[in-house]
Ligand binder design. Structure first.
Ligand code: ZN
Length: 298
């Protein structure tokens, strides 16, 4: 029984993942993935104790998962994922299932552990090569299967690589960064204390493109939407000793309650910090960013 080939399930699954992502920022809980996707009146589990996961009765996996815990926690290299076989036997059921997904061009979902019991998801992922001698498969992320799975050479094309790399950045790195920052700050804006998760972002202190702009909690701040933009637009600055500064011309402005209570009232207050010291914003990074704020402020 090749249930994964059932197009209706795939369509319903990808749609479900997309709808959930809009609410959960692309990071799913274990409970969500094991109890909440329902098709034809039945719960289909999307993740399990083994990295290559077959829902009950399926001949092919629905997902592959990594739980690698590192500073930059994925195994994608320029959009290409190398995923190890289970064990050393190429004919183990799990490895055969991945080979079958490769042969039949069946899309899978890839999960990457973000924080305890939470996973960033990316889909569709196609296996584009099977490497039994290296005990691994090679996979890529695409929205346009035609370029993805026709040949392994296609994944070598600069366009396909760039596309896949961006998909990974957007769909894995960002959600994981957001999840880790929001978890550290207990889902609260560090400036105003707002607790509405849907209204919170993980802001970078130093941007991605900066050599020191790593997606680590100490380079992040949990900010509500209005304070995120205010920080980026240099309306608000943060000193290296965690004090909030409002730009002088903004302090003098007269406007409605949003400006008065939402922005001006923050002048001189201190950040609401995470409990763990190692999660606190990096002082040297804040200082560099504050230098930039001061330039705009004069
Ligand atoms: Zn705020």
């Amino acid at each position: 029984m090749n249930k994964p080939l059932d197009l209706q399930i795939q369509v319903a699954l990808f749609q479900w993942l997309g709808e959930r992502s809009a609410k959960n920022g692309g990071v799913f809980t274990w409970k969500e993935l094991t109890t909440e996707f329902v098709f034809g009146g039945k719960v289909i589990t999307l993740i399990g104790q083994t990295g290559i996961w077959f829902p009950k009765g399926w001949a092919m996996p629905v997902s592959i998962t990594t739980s690698f815990k590192g500073p930059y926690p994925d195994r994608f290299d320029k959009g290409i994922l190398t995923y190890s076989y289970r064990g050393k036997d190429p004919n183990h059921r799990d490895n055969k299932g991945m080979r079958e997904a490769y042969k039949t061009k069946t899309p899978l979902v890839y999960f990457e552990a973000s924080s305890k019991g939470k996973y960033a998801a990316v889909w569709p992922v196609y296996i584009v090569a099977d490497n039994p001698s290296a005990l691994s498969v090679t996979a890529t992320v695409v929205s346009a299967p035609a370029i993805a799975y026709e040949t392994i050479e296609a994944t070598e094309s600069p366009l396909a690589r760039e596309y896949s790399k961006r998909e990974v950045e957007y769909r894995i790195h960002q959600p994981i960064f957001r999840d880790r920052v929001l978890t550290a700050y207990k889902s609260q804006c560090t400036l105003c204390g707002l607790r509405h998760e849907e209204l919170l972002d993980a802001a970078h202190i130093l941007p991605d493109k900066d050599p020191d702009g790593q997606p680590e909690v100490s380079n992040g701040l949990s900010l509500c939407k209005i304070h995120h933009v205010s920080y980026d637009q240099k309306i608000i600055g943060i000193t290296s000793d965690y004090q909030i500064k409002v730009r002088e011309d903004i302090l003098e402005e007269i406007d409605g309650p949003m400006l008065k209570y939402g922005i001006q009232a923050l002048e001189g207050k201190r950040l609401i910090l995470p409990k763990r010291i190692e999660d606190h914003p990096d002082k040297a990074k804040l200082e560099r960013r504050f230098e930039d704020f001061k330039k705009k402020a004069v």
